[in-house]
Design a protein around this ligand. Structure first.
Ligand SMILES: [Zn+2]
Length: 260
């Protein structure tokens, strides 16, 4: 039985998180097989009153438990709506009907399996994408473990909401990244990709807010200081513009310190 912590919002979330890092959440689901034990932080500001039927396409390493938390719908309701016989009978790419879903909550699992020391910010340099599609792109590019980033911040394309946070398979399995092959960043750095081409334009408000929330959550859990939150272009030995000349880096760092 895993332990889960679900902390609500803002400083209260941070405060409680430090005090009670492993609150028994009492969920009856399980971690993916072979994945480290972890806890989970969900995004704040959930408008539970607005519910509608939506479809969700299953990405790699997603479980019914995580999908149920994302949409605020119990597992049995999702199983009934899709004729699923058991919890493990979902497959990558499958479209699931999520009945009476809330707005998507971003579920951020955190683990103590590795001492992550840096956070490296990227852009996708594309106009669209999600974890499943970039997973496929990276496989086709020859990455044996697919999606090279640990997290994505979606931009409202390919069935995802703007600012939605996706945790990739490498994060769920606590594997090295494949996002910055220099200065040990694939081994020590958490790779976050913001979907969009910020060589052309700036980051949307919802994406930036989600990025601040995600990075603050990871900084707090792994005790990563602000100077170790870096751009791909800051990695020694990397000659790249990533995450793009229009990425509002100073604004992002200022908001990190404000915690919102
Ligand atoms: Zn990059």
């Amino acid at each position: 039985m895993p332990f889960w912590v679900q902390i609500l919002k803002g400083m209260l979330r941070r405060f409680l998180f430090l005090l009670f890092p492993f609150v028994l959440f009492g969920c009856s689901s399980s971690q993916p097989v072979g994945a480290p034990m972890g806890s989970v932080v969900s995004s704040p500001d959930l408008p539970v009153s607005i519910r509608q039927d939506v479809y969700h396409q299953v990405a790699r390493m997603e479980t019914l438990w995580r999908i149920s938390k994302m949409y605020g719908v119990d597992i049995q309701s999702i199983m009934d709506a899709n004729g699923l016989k058991d919890r493990s009978s979902i497959s990558v790419g499958q479209r699931l009907l999520i009945p009476r879903a809330t707005q998507v909550q971003s579920i951020i699992p955190v683990y103590n399996a590795r001492p992550w020391r840096y956070i490296v910010i990227h852009h996708s340099a594309t106009h669209q994408g999600n974890a499943l599609s970039i997973d496929g792109v990276h496989y086709r590019r020859g990455f044996p473990n697919g999606l090279g980033y640990h997290f994505l911040i979606d931009n409202g394309t390919q069935g995802k909401q703007e600012g939605q946070i996706e945790a990739g398979p490498r994060w769920i399995k606590q594997m090295n990244g494949a996002h910055a092959n220099a200065a040990g960043m694939n081994e020590n750095g958490i790779g976050i990709c913001v979907i969009g081409n910020f060589s052309e334009r700036s980051v949307g408000e919802k994406q930036l807010g989600s990025l601040v929330f995600l990075v603050n959550t990871l900084m707090a859990h792994y005790r990563i200081p602000p100077e170790r939150v870096i751009r791909h272009r800051d990695v020694p030995g990397k000659n790249t513009e990533c995450p793009g000349n229009h990425f509002p880096w100073a604004e992002f760092k200022r908001r990190l310190e404000l915690g919102r």
